[in-house]
Design a protein around this ligand. Sequence first.
Ligand code: KG4
Ligand code: ZN
Length: 340
Amino acid sequence: MRILAIESSCDETAAAVIEDGRKIISSVIATQVDEHKLYGGVVPEIASRRHCESINGVVSEALERAEMKLNELDALAVTYAPGLIGALLVGVNFAKGLSLSTGLPLIPVHHLRSHIAANYLAHPELEPPFLCLVVSGGHSHIVEVKSYTEMRVIGRTRDDAAGEAFDKAARTMGMPYPGGIHLDKAAELGNEESYKLPRPKVSGSKYDFSFSGLKTAVINLIHNAKQKGEEINVNDLSASFRKAVVDSLTDNFIGAAGNMGYDKLVLAGGVSANSLLRRRVWEETEKRGWRCYYPTLELCGDNGAMVGAQAYYEYKAGRIADMMLNAAATKNIELAFNEV
Ligand code: KG4
Ligand code: ZN
């Protein structure tokens, strides 16, 4: 089954042709990062406009690279939630138009489910059930993936997402948007024991996270140093900050897996590209004789291929939309597109 998948939830316009949920036939990504960089973060109105301008070309190129025509496809898929509403609407309306004109079934895909599915492209042997840490710019969840389409969130951030925390700390240290990758690179050169930063615990749910205190600690540390005329060692502070975030993510993730009896652990989302997170989860799972999976670096960030991968399984579960499909800025990962 060949699916043409479209993604436009944030600042990447992407399209891909995927076979049977596992094989990438083509994948095209047009990023807007350089433009948003000027403002230090994504400007929603600009994002929507750039999606409008790029989507036709990106979809055409995905078909061209796959050497396929629309009538050789079996279905269309699109990210419908969560994300920037104006950005999502561009993809959803484009996909609805294509579906109407071709008669192809339209499969709505939840953005975080697609991040998880990036792992199906990278690891042909991977099948649910497993426990997944989904860490992106907007979300940090520990998700029980019971089947391809049944999920349960057992831990989440109470405030900032991990990616957001990385980006804000990086910005305070003068790095360009999106700062996560720059902070990660600087951290590789620093000493993680140099600066003492808090390890926030959240009362109530034992697998929940909190990163805003950590972010404030870094901002205060930099301001205090400036006032005293002291130099900050950016590599050392990056390393200390990265360790604090990764400690918190890894402790909860490994703890949850141990308590719940999962021995298959999966990382997903933009922050799963973080080199320390990948190393730490790998080491902790090795130690226990568990298995650990994460996407290849190209598949960690937003792309159309992961949407096509998840769409295959949503289709098999009968989750097909009609022309009433709407985009949603927020949506619980546990719900099907037509559940509230
Ligand atoms: O999943 P994603 O591409 O977009 C969303 O759905 O939000 O995630 C983007 C986030 C950004 O916050 C970015 O800084 C972060 O992932 N990120 C990283 C790294 N690479 C990307 N964070 C830490 N270390 C990295 N190597
Ligand atoms: Zn994403």
